[in-house]
Design a protein around this ligand. Structure first.
Ligand SMILES: Cc1cc2nc3c(=O)[nH]c(=O)nc-3n(C[C@H](O)[C@H](O)[C@H](O)COP(=O)(O)O)c2cc1C
Length: 355
């Protein structure tokens, strides 16, 4: 069924198809009785899938990566698709339109995507307003990923993150700090030791002042080399962050891409083409990260992919591109596959010992 629908959607412009699919699903799920039917089709409930990260107990370890629902418009649909957590955003303090279109490109033969969206979003206030009215199902964790506006000078970036943090902290289960999108000029420079230390220090101070501080995660690019990763880990630990989300899209173009004519588009590459890179970055982070919590993302589309990422140290996994290519049954399929592999609450021994 999805294969047929995908053929139709893939005839359309990628961004239009994305919005239209979600509008159709949202209209569907809001019809009487349909939410229950969606849950019956797409959700897999099993206590063995419950996975805790920093005290947040998700109903399963599979989450939706940032960028899919930047403005929290589709939360009710996403809850019915069975995700254990959803990361909203990236959101910026002020609304902004993002880059000019087209800015989203499919590479079907590589099961990958290139995007240069540029943080198109309605701003932090709009997201906060929506979240005030959203009733969270049990075990459905909502993270919020924050960034800076394109026209904010680099030396004022910290103010943007703090502004988003203050507006959105009351509505988030965790906060993800995005310094790794390739589509906002200068953003990735914030991954360097000094600016990163200033940014994380300020956010950490703000977090400590909350009556209930949130788990804070840093989302990093897969393009950092081992010495840069060591710096990042040190800064993250020094500032009391809970963990790292590895990773965002890559500006690299791995050899062997089959869709060469699309691969020349500027932007971040995601999906199967970055799977090996994301896996190796996560393994390395695990080897140097001590007790930091890791969320693995990049090219995950099957239970085997999720299992490998968890065996390499991820506690939760996230996906985006896999959902586009595999369709809405993907979460259920991954969770069913994990159970078959003996998954039980994500304890490290359960993951690493299964064959
Ligand atoms: C169209 C698109 C938009 C994205 N937007 C964001 C974003 O706003 N913030 C962010 O942190 N990551 C963003 N990402 C990156 C994803 O969250 C994820 O890290 C990356 O795509 C790798 O996962 P995947 O291979 O499962 O897609 C975006 C990815 C895509 C494909």
């Amino acid at each position: 069924m999805w294969k047929l629908l995908r053929r139709v959607f893939f005839l359309m412009d990628a961004e239009r198809a994305h919005v239209m699919t979600m509008q159709i699903m949202a209209a569907g799920v809001r019809l009487p009785g349909m939410a229950l039917l969606f849950k019956h089709w797409f959700c897999l409930e099993d206590d063995r899938l419950k996975t805790d990260v920093c005290g947040l107990v998700a109903r399963n370890p599979v989450g939706l990566a940032a960028g899919f629902d930047k403005d929290g418009r589709w939360l009710d649909v996403l809850a019915c698709l069975g995700f254990g957590h959803v990361e909203l955003g990236t959101v910026t303090p002020r609304p902004q339109p993002g880059n000019s279109k087209p800015r989203l490109f499919r590479l079907p033969l590589d099961r990958s995507i290139i995007n240069r969206m540029g943080f198109n979003n309605e701003g932090a206030e709009a997201l906060a307003r929506r979240l005030r009215h959203f009733e969270r199902p049990a075990g459905f964790v909502v993270g919020i990923n924050i960034g800076k506006n394109k026209d904010t000078p680099e030396d004022r970036a910290v103010d943007d993150y703090l502004s988003c943090f203050h507006t959105l902290a009351p509505h988030a289960d965790y906060m993800a700090i995005n310094v790794s999108s390739p589509n906002t000029p200068g953003l990735r420079k914030l991954q360097e030791r000094e600016p990163l230390n200033r940014l994380l220090g300020s956010l950490s101070d703000a977090n400590r002042k909350l009556s209930k501080p949130l788990p804070l995660f840093l989302k990093i690019a897969p393009d950092l080399d081992p010495s840069a990763l060591c710096d990042v880990v040190e800064v993250v630990r020094q500032n009391g962050f809970s963990g790292i989300i590895a990773c965002n899209t890559t500006i690299g173009r791995p050899s062997g891409l089959r869709e060469q004519s699309t691969a020349v588009e500027t932007g971040g590459l995601s999906g199967q083409a970055i799977q090996a890179l994301a896996q190796s970055r996560l393994s390395y982070l695990h080897s140097i990260g001590g007790d930091l919590r890791l969320i693995g993302v990049g090219g995950i589309a099957t239970a085997e992919d999720a299992h490998l990422r968890m065996a390499a140290g991820a506690r939760w996994v996230q996906l985006y591109t896999g959902l586009i290519f595999e369709g809405p049954m993907i979460v259920r399929r991954i969770n069913a596959g994990l159970l078959k592999k003996g998954f039980n609450g994500g304890s490290a021994s359960t993951i690493t010992n299964v064959s």
